[in-house]
Design a protein. Structure first.
Length: 279
């Protein structure tokens, strides 16, 4: 079977970052694993008109049979061939939350849950993931069932304080035969960028990251990349962090066991957290 996959049912505990690779392969991040599934996208070719989806939260809640407040969208990916939109969604909060993969049909705007029962799939573990007993916390912004709201300078902010294990994978991109994975590790210098050859063969290389955080006026090694985009044909990435530096990393510096120092090239201001980057 293509890409080393076997028919099975991925046992996802959570669902977070998602990104497309070759063919119909969708990479899906769990807490400590990177999995791939063949979504067998039913579309033929991408439509060219604008896709407008009104009241997405309410429509997701109706699809999943829950209150809108119990729906948290974790990531979005667009199928290059068909233009269909995929959402990684967590239904509920805490230990009771369940992961769901949702497809939005590009032609009709209809929402549907993607059935992951008996599909071609594969996975690899992330051996350096923070343990379940790691007491360090990651602070994340965004409205979610388990987030707390407060007001600062007249702006309502939603903050989640969660174990750093949930930030093992914060973003992913497929570049030239490798899955590039940003997130946290169990090391003291926990901000990490990983390179995972694809198809999965069990080899995961970690590089610890250090950046100068302009808003904080200090060098940091514990703040994870929130989102990034490859450029220069995969020779570099541009990464964004909370509060909100933009940082350049040459991929030549991302080598096993190394510590890479990013070059801060812009600063978008205190109190922001990037949702995604579009090139």
């Amino acid at each position: 079977m293509a890409h080393g996959m076997q028919v099975g049912t991925p046992e996802l505990v959570t669902i977070g970052a998602i990104t497309f690779g070759p063919d119909d392969v969708l990479f899906v991040a769990d807490t400590t694993r990177a999995a791939i599934v063949d979504v067998a996208d039913p579309g033929s070719s991408a439509a060219t008109d604008t896709l407008d989806v009104d009241d997405l939260g309410a429509r997701l809640a109706a699809l999943l049979g829950c209150a809108e407040a119990d729906v948290a969208v974790r990531d979005l990916a667009v199928h290059a061939r068909t233009g269909n939109v995929y959402l990684s969604v967590m239904r509920g909060a805490g230990d009771e939350a369940t992961p769901v993969l949702v497809r939005i049909d590009r032609a009709t705007g209809a929402l549907g849950e993607v059935d992951l029962t008996d599909v071609p799939c594969s996975e690899t573990s992330i051996p350096s993931a923070p343990g379940s007993d790691d007491e360090r916390l990651d602070v994340q912004q965004g409205k979610a069932p388990d987030a707390d709201a407060f007001t600062y300078n007249g702006v309502e902010l939603w903050i989640r304080r969660v174990p750093i294990r949930t930030a093992t994978v914060t973003d992913m991109a497929y570049v030239d035969g490798e899955l590039i994975v940003a997130g946290m590790s169990n090391e003291e210098f926990s901000s990490t960028l990983r390179r995972i050859p694809f198809p999965f063969a069990g080899d995961v290389s970690d590089t610890q990251l250090e950046i100068f955080h302009v808003s904080h006026g200090m060098w940091e090694t514990a703040a994870p990349i929130r989102t990034f985009v490859p450029y220069q044909d995969g020779a570099s990435i541009l990464a964004s962090y909370t509060c909100t530096p933009l940082v350049h990393f040459p991929m030549g510096d991302i080598t096993p066991g190394a510590r890479a120092v990013g070059r801060t090239v812009a600063e978008l201001g205190w109190g922001n957290q990037p949702l995604d980057m579009v090139s």
